[in-house]
Ligand binder design. Structure first.
Ligand code: C5P
Length: 313
């Protein structure tokens, strides 16, 4: 077969999930977002996003967690691809295939990661050759944590979470992610955070990353890191869904070094000492009533990156 007979390449990109090791929430800004200082870590639970130039725009969702993911213009991956095309004057529609493994609406940035992956895949398929910063500028218009998913690794996010500074870490950290089957929307959790602040008449200082956390990450010592995990949205998430408090208590009871609501939840991320402890904890938690599913993951891992390019007839 000669190359002239081949169709356009299909480009497959791996999209990681994330956990927030620290999420400090500052005052609400004029645009409605909250000033953040967050420390993201990309972890080894992945969706796969494949794009191929086609006659029309479209998106298909497959995989074990496809249920409930919109396969229309509201899907962040499709929005990201179309925004990139508009920005760079590309007139080549793509068909997007998302193979979902990351729990949906769980606080693990699955939808945002698919968007980051779609940007990387389209950049490749269209031969744009954009830098990470150029892709990052488009990513930030799609969602606050999309730029991080392009970078991966471990990084501080400031602004509303979209301004990324890489963080030095040593070694690999082991996580058990406990998904609870209780919907929790990100805007609702931020809104409830505001309600608590008002109710308790708290002052909300400008957020900043903790130096102790940075030192713990550089040490590679999970025990040390465990002492400095923090999520300012956790109180709001637990008030809205008290079951989350039970999930955290169960994980600690079964030997986790620390447990924290991931982002705006409802997934809870448990830090454990090693892969053996991760297996033990995942099994023990899966047997509790409040946890619908558990996953083991390690971090940090790479951000959205091309996994393969296939040319099909
Ligand atoms: O940026 P993204 O679309 O992911 O944000 C979803 C929602 O989360 C926002 O509409 C807002 O309600 C809330 N949010 C916030 N402050 C941030 C990030 C998100 O209030 N820094």
């Amino acid at each position: 077969m000669t190359s002239a007979m081949l169709g356009p390449p299909s480009v497959t990109v791996r999209a990681p999930a994330k956990v927030n090791l620290e999420l400090r929430v500052g005052p609400r800004r004029k645009d409605g977002y909250h000033a953040l200082s967050t420390v993201y870590q990309a972890v080894s639970l992945h969706d796969e996003v494949t794009v191929q130039v086609a006659d029309d725009w479209g998106i298909t969702i497959t995989g074990s967690r496809a249920l409930g993911v919109p396969a229309d213009e509201t899907n962040l991956a499709l929005r990201a691809a179309r925004t990139l095309a508009d920005r760079y004057g590309v007139d080549e529609p793509v068909q997007i295939l998302v193979d979902k493994e990351i729990p949906v609406a769980g606080g693990m940035a699955g939808g945002s990661s698919d968007a980051a992956a779609a940007l990387v895949a389209c950049d490749y398929a269209w031969g744009l050759g954009l830098t990470k910063d150029e892709l990052g500028a488009v990513a930030a218009t799609i969602g606050s944590d999309v730029p991080f998913l392009l970078h991966g690794g471990t990084a501080i996010g400031t602004g509303r979470g979209e301004l990324i500074t890489p963080v030095l870490t040593r070694g690999t950290f082991h996580w058990v992610l406990a998904a609870a089957d209780i919907g929790l929307s990100t805007p609702d959790v931020y809104r409830h955070f505001d309600t608590i602040v008002e109710r308790e008449e708290r002052s909300v200082p400008a957020p900043a990353a903790s130096m102790e956390l940075m030192t713990a990450l550089r040490s590679g010592d999970a025990q040390r890191l465990a002492a400095h995990l923090r999520n300012d949205l956790q109180e709001a998430a637990v008030e809205l869904r008290p079951e989350l408090g039970d999930v955290i208590s169960s994980g600690l009871h079964f030997g986790a070094l620390a447990g924290i609501v991931s982002g705006s939840g409802p997934t809870v991320a448990f830090l454990v000492a090693d892969s053996e402890s991760a297996i033990d904890l995942a099994v023990a938690l899966a047997a509790t009533r409040t946890v619908s599913e558990t996953f083991r993951a390690t971090g940090p891992v790479h951000g959205a990156s091309v996994r393969g390019v296939a040319r099909v007839d």
